[in-house]
Structures are given as C-alpha cells and as structure tokens.
Unconditional design. Structure first.
Length: 564
C-alpha cells in the first residue's frame, strides 16, 4: 500500500485530539496544532519562534527542568505532569509527553499533551500527598471517600442528585504477571488518563487501589438519570476498546463498571460505594467488559449466578444429556444457497431451563472447564454427522466456536482431529471461530498453533469483528481467512443512524477485508432490508434469523435454500 501523501499526515496532526507542538533544540517552537491552540489559548502566530517557556506557570524549579532534559538526553523521551499557564493567566496541569526526534542535521522535540484538569490547587496537592495516589496523581481512596461524603451532603441539602461509577480492570493481574510491574504501572497511568478523558471536567476520578477506579459523576438536571450514567459507562467501555501503549507493546484491556445513583440507590458514601462495587462484581460475572447498574434484586441474582455456576460444573461432569448442539446455516447472499453451517452449543438444565451460551461459556472458561464443554460439543456434532445417510454437497464450511484460552491446550487436538476428519470425509471444510477481543491478546505460542492449523487446511475466522480493536498491522499478520462482521453493525443498517452513516462501518470492514484478501460474512441479518443493503454493498455471505435460525440437526438444513 502506498503511504498517504504528506498533506494527509498534516491533516491528521492538525486535527489530532491531543495538543501537539514541535520545537527545535534551541529550543524554539516551530509548529503547534489546533488542540494546542484551544488548550493554551495561544494562536499559532503568537507562539511560533517563541521559547516553550512562554507556556510555563513558573511552578517548577530548575531541578525539575534539569531532570526533564537529562531524561530527554538519555532516553530520548520524558513524560509526566507539568503545570503550565494559559494565555488568560489560568494555570492548569497537563500530562506531557516529549520525544526527541533526531534528523541527520538537526534534533527536534515533539511534545504531545492533554489538559488533565485540576481538582484542587497545586499547593493543596503538594500539601496532602497522603491524599493522592503517587502513580496516577489521582485522589486516593481516603480523599475520594471524603469528597464523596461532601457530595452526598450537597445532594441532601440542595436536592442535587449525582452518580457514582466503580471500575475494575479485567485480567489486569495477567498483565503484571506477563509483562512486569513497570508495564502494569504505565498502563494504570494511561487508564487513569483515559477515564479522565471520558468523564466531564467537574467529575471526580480516583484510584481506589490496585486496578480499581471510581468516579463521582455529575448529572444534567431534568433528564432521566439512569440513562445518563449508563451512557457515560458505555462511553467508558468504548474508550477502552483502543489499545493502550506500554513497554513498546499495544495492550488491550477491558473494564467492568458498576454504577449507582444518589439518593435513589443509597444515601451514605460508604453504602453507595459498596453498592457500586457489588454492581461492578456482577458486571464481571456477566462476562466482564460491561456495565451493571445496582439493583437490590441483583444480590439475589448474584446467588443465582453462583448456583448456576455450580450446576454447570456438575452438569459438565455428570449430565451429558443436558448438552446439545444446533446449527445455523450460512448463505451465499446472491444465490440464496446454503454454503456453510455454524455449530452452536446449547445447555438445558432441569432447574434453570435453557441457559444462553453467552452466559455459560464464560462461566466454563472462568472455572477452567471449557475443555469439557468442547468435549460435549464435539460428541454431539459427531453423532449428528455420522447419522447422515448420503453425503451432501461438497465444499460446505463447517464452523465451530472455540475459546481463545483453549488454543494452546494440548488436549484440544485430541478433540478436533476426529471431528475434522469426519468433516473432510463429507467433502466439507472445517473452520474455527475465535472472538476478536480474545484474538487480540493471544500469545505467540497460540499464534503458532493457529498458523499450523491453517497450514493443515483449517480455516480460521475472527468472530464478532468490530467489537474488539484490531490494529491494521495485527490483522495483516494473523493467520485468518474470514472475518465475521458483528451483528451490531448489521443492525445499524436499519434506521438508528442518519442515512449517510448507516452503511459506513460495514463498507469500511468490507474494504478492509478486500485489502487483506479476507472473506467477510455478516452475522445477525434479521430483516430483508438488511440483507438487501448487504447485497448492495457486495457482501457475499451472511447468516441470521431472517435467513435461518439455529436449529437441531435435520435433513432440511442444507437444502434450506431460501427464496427470500
Ligand atoms: P457467536 O459465535 O457470534 O454466535 C452467534 C450468536 O448470534 C448465536 O447466539 C446465534 O444464535 C445468534 N444469532 C444468529 N442469528 C441471529 C440474528 O439474526 N439475530 C440475533 N439477535 N442473534 C442471532 P448463541 O447461540 O446464543 O451464542 C452466543 C455466543 O456463545 C456465540 O456467539 C459464541 O461466542 C458462544 N458460543 C456458542 N456456542 C459455543 C461453543 O460451542 N463453544 C464456544 N467456545 N462458544 C460458543
Ligand atoms: Mg461464532
Ligand atoms: Mg459472532
């Protein structure tokens, strides 16, 4: 691919959401972008040619700058909080990153910063280090509780409700274990900036401990409160989809968020914090990377969750008959012919009834029993495939879902080999679907395993594409042949968005698939309108309730060729 022209780079930098500045080593400012102008209040013409010191608030002594220059000279970079003064005289803390950019004949310094807002004055901060977390410079638990108490009494005295969010990073311990604490620390710093970037300036963000954060969230008056806090939580979850950079690597972290409203859900600081914590815990149980609002019934559900978990463990060990498999046909959209099947596991418990795999697959994973689950899946599929009397049309895809955590499990081969043999005997092609979010965090060993599976003729598909955050470089190096466009984007083809935006994401994904030579299939087609829109965008394959629902094995599955 050709690199974009220089003016594209310039446009990118101009409109970048972080303030950027380039200085010579004299040092004199030679470039600033638009965000620089809006944070500092200086126009480009007023600072070009000036020393960066014009921005200084005068708070930091010579030793501070000596250290900064020393680390620039030594490591080529410096990063930290620095207090500067806007043109209107106001001082503010910014998170600043400076990189030395060496050119053959001259050295430049590229600075990138964001306004991280001030909760209290600088002096106050310094005076009360016991109240701040040294790593992120956010208020710590002690201060947060004080602020929360103050906010609760304001809510009581002035009838001024607010929201409280409790955030806990998912699988953060793995990052510390795998990459070491300095990468972990760096990530926590970035996470804190990310959270602050999403909430409003007046909201208070704190680091409570380890990987736990909380935020006091101001609400707009006269607007229903629950949707406000939910929407903010969703914005936070979305912000976490972008990778965090630390230790020279991209890291994908998700966060589980619990929320409460004051005074609806509680009227004391401690009670609110505990309830938000419980709601967060439920978000974890429901599969992580999501938001839960506290409800008293949730506590009972929590018990239910635990009972369900126990039941699953017992059933996996002792009740094979509770597990079954259904198949959802996949279609060639233009001809309407079935060209693939996706196997989906089902579990029906005598007490709980049918349970969604979206729920119990995650439970089996968390209890280390996903292998047993796949055993049941493969057993059920093989029984169905053996019952086929005459071999159907060749060339069909036969897809199963596997959990990313299983890929390096030595026992997986023992399950897949007989299944794939049977699939090939029927003249079909086996395919493994792996969810995008998981694929992004695979180890090198897991990639090796996927590569060798691909080399043995197994197709690899990225499931729920668009819900994780695939970097282009990554996509290029993955051993995948198929991307499955998540049904969320397909549902957007309907009327939730302005007409011109409806098919943008899908067009972009299809173009991406094209560039990387991947096959694309759309999931969750529920209406004729969606199917036609996909056809118009030249999306060749699809599946969804409109075309055919997942169903038990039957002789019509492959001849469903829809006339719709
Ligand atoms: P998935 O692999 O993305 O599967 C597609 C899900 O969307 C299925 O839900 C399917 O029933 C549903 N679906 C299909 N068409 C439509 C539609 O038009 N509209 C809507 N709203 N939904 C549609 P299901 O079977 O509940 O599975 C949920 C998830 O559970 C799967 O998502 C997959 O990630 C996981 N899963 C299912 N079976 C297995 C399995 O055998 N092993 C593993 N590891 N995971 C599985
Ligand atoms: Mg799937
Ligand atoms: Mg999917």
């Amino acid at each position: 691919m050709d690199l974009p022209a220089e003016d594209h780079f310039r446009a990118l930098v101009e409109s970048h959401p972080r303030a950027m500045m380039l200085a010579t080593d004299e040092p004199r400012i030679i470039y600033v972008n638009r965000m620089f102008e809006s944070i500092t209040g200086y126009r480009e013409a007023e600072v070009i040619g000036e020393k960066p010191a014009v921005l200084s608030a005068g708070f930091h002594g010579p030793a501070f700058y000596r250290d900064m220059w020393a680390s620039l000279a030594e490591d080529g970079r410096w990063e930290g909080v620095i207090w500067n003064r806007r043109k209107n005289g106001e001082t503010y803390p910014q998170w600043l990153m400076i990189h030395r950019v060496g050119q053959p004949d001259q050295t430049f310094y590229a600075g990138m910063f964001m306004d991280i807002g001030a909760l209290t004055s600088f002096e106050e901060r310094l005076a009360s280090m016991a109240y701040y977390d040294a790593l992120t410079e956010l208020p710590n638990r002690t201060l947060f509780l004080e602020l929360l108490e103050m906010r609760v009494s304001r809510s009581r005295d002035h009838d001024d409700p607010f929201g409280l969010l409790f955030l806990d990073l998912d699988y953060f311990k793995d990052i510390n274990d795998l990459f070491g604490h300095s990468v972990g620390d760096e990530l926590l710093r970035q996470v804190s900036l990310c959270i602050q970037g999403v909430v409003r300036k007046d909201d208070v963000v704190a680091r409570l401990s380890g990987d736990e954060f909380a935020a006091i969230v101001e609400l707009a008056p006269g607007v229903p409160q629950e949707p406000q806090i939910r929407q903010l939580a969703i914005r936070l979850l979305n912000a976490f989809r972008a990778p965090f950079l630390a230790g020279g690597n991209e890291h994908f972290i998700s966060v589980s968020v619990g929320g409460v409203l004051c005074p609806v859900d509680g009227t004391s600081a401690l009670d609110l914090l505990q309830k938000a914590d419980k709601a967060m815990y439920l978000a974890k149980q429901e599969g992580r990377g999501r938001f839960c609002h506290y409800q008293a019934e949730l506590l009972n559900d929590q018990d239910e969750g635990q009972r369900l978990m126990k039941a699953l463990v017992t059933s996996l060990k002792t009740a094979p008959r509770e597990f079954s498999v259904v198949y959802q046909p996949q279609f060639d959209l233009a001809t309407g012919r079935v060209d693939g099947l996706e196997a989906l596991i089902r579990w029906a418990h005598p007490e709980f009834g049918p349970v969604s795999p979206a729920r119990f697959v995650a439970m089996a994973e968390s209890r280390g029993m996903i292998h047993q689950l796949t055993e049941h899946l493969v057993r059920c599929i093989l029984r169905d495939l053996w019952s086929l009397e005459k071999p159907p049309e060749p060339g069909l895809r036969f897809a199963i879902n596997v959990s990313a955590r299983q890929i390096t499990d030595a026992r997986l081969d023992g399950l897949l080999t007989p299944l794939f043999e049977q699939i090939r005997r029927l003249g079909w092609e086996p395919e493994l679907e792996i969810t995008e979010t998981h694929l992004m965090n695979l180890s090198e060993e897991a990639f090796e395993r996927l590569r060798s599976l691909r080399d043995e003729g197994v197709r690899i598909a990225i499931d729920d594409f668009g819900t994780g955050y695939s970097s282009l470089a990554y996509l290029h190096s993955l051993p995948v042949q198929t991307i499955k466009i998540d049904r969320h984007f397909v549902s957007c083809l309907e009327d939730t968005l302005p007409v011109e935006d409806r098919d943008r994401v899908i067009s972009a994904i299809l173009a991406l698939a094209d560039v990387f030579g991947l096959e694309a299939i759309a999931e969750g087609i529920e209406t004729l309108q969606q199917k036609n829109a996909l056809l118009a965008l030249a999306c060749k394959r699809g599946q969804g309730y409109f075309l055919a629902r997942p169903q038990p094995w039957n002789s019509d599955l492959l001849t469903l060729n829809q006339q719709r």
